[in-house]
Design a protein around this ligand. Structure first.
Ligand SMILES: [Fe+2]
Length: 261
């Protein structure tokens, strides 16, 4: 399996603090059946904005240690990129912000409980520049929980969506689990990733979530979310994904809109 979103580089963000803990995360991932991890430290200017050199040297250090210890895991480059008005500028300047440095796909993280105005059009506009957004864990964002069909225009426009393993297994709470199951059923999610941060609390585990997804959409489609689809993204190819069913949103009268929005 491939983990497309994992905070595993020591001392770079709020992931592991030491090389030993990062290695322990690799052992946990390997035991779960993960063989490729995309190391995606936060990129949030003013908070987490390490240079590309610092990030790649942390990754190379971890790769060497993992190889020395004989753990069969490949660790690729990437970033968990906070969506800001300067996003197109940063993506243009720093190829290391894209998944496996191909310049073709990037992880887009929105704020936790809200979204910027016209967030979907803004992110989709980057596809025209050759870089496709992979929206991370919308199921953990309170705004999406109360706008359940808001992902349709984004996915219909070519955006990709990653849901987090712990959301599907219920460890992030019932509301998050319920919405992540809804997203899956609607065909609005393409990738399951761990978004792991440690060897203790947010661990790099995928197999339980794949089993949970298989109960909803079937084994093969669930397995593709951690194999073929992330593999295509790593290679810089557009994955073969189905378009979601069209949702018909009932029209509301002006008085209903006034009262409910
Ligand atoms: Fe993350």
């Amino acid at each position: 399996m491939i983990d497309l979103h994992c905070h595993i580089l020591p001392g770079i963000d709020d992931g592991p603090e030491t090389l030993d803990e990062a290695v322990e995360m690799c052992r946990i991932a390997h035991a779960d059946g993960i063989r490729t991890i995309v190391a995606t430290p936060h990129f949030r200017p003013g908070r987490y904005d390490h240079s590309e050199v610092e990030v790649s040297s942390a990754r190379e250090g971890l790769c060497s240690e993992v190889a020395r210890l004989g753990i069969d895991i490949t660790i690729l480059g990437g970033a968990d990129v906070t969506v800001t008005p300067e996003l197109p500028l940063h993506l243009g300047q720093r190829r290391g912000l894209t998944i496996n440095n191909t310049g073709r796909f990037f992880l887009a993280e929105l704020p936790n409980g809200s979204v910027p105005a016209r967030w979907d059009q803004y992110l989709l506009s980057l596809i025209n520049k050759g870089c496709t957004p992979v929206l991370t864990h919308p199921e953990r964002n309170g705004w999406f929980l109360s706008h359940r069909d808001a992902l349709h225009p984004f996915v219909g426009g070519g955006g990709l969506v990653q849901i987090t393993a712990m959301s599907l297994t219920g460890e992030a709470g019932e509301a998050v689990q319920s919405y992540s199951r809804y997203i899956l059923k609607q065909g609005l999610a393409h990738i399951i990733a761990t978004d792991a941060h440690s060897a203790v609390q947010r661990k790099p585990l995928l197999s339980g979530a794949v089993a949970a997804a298989a109960d909803i959409i079937g084994r093969d489609p669930a397995f593709r979310m951690v194999t073929d689809i992330p593999q295509a993204i790593i290679e810089g190819r557009r994955p073969d994904v189905d378009m979601p069913e069209q949702v018909v949103v009932p029209r509301r009268s002006w008085i209903e809109r006034l009262l409910k929005t």
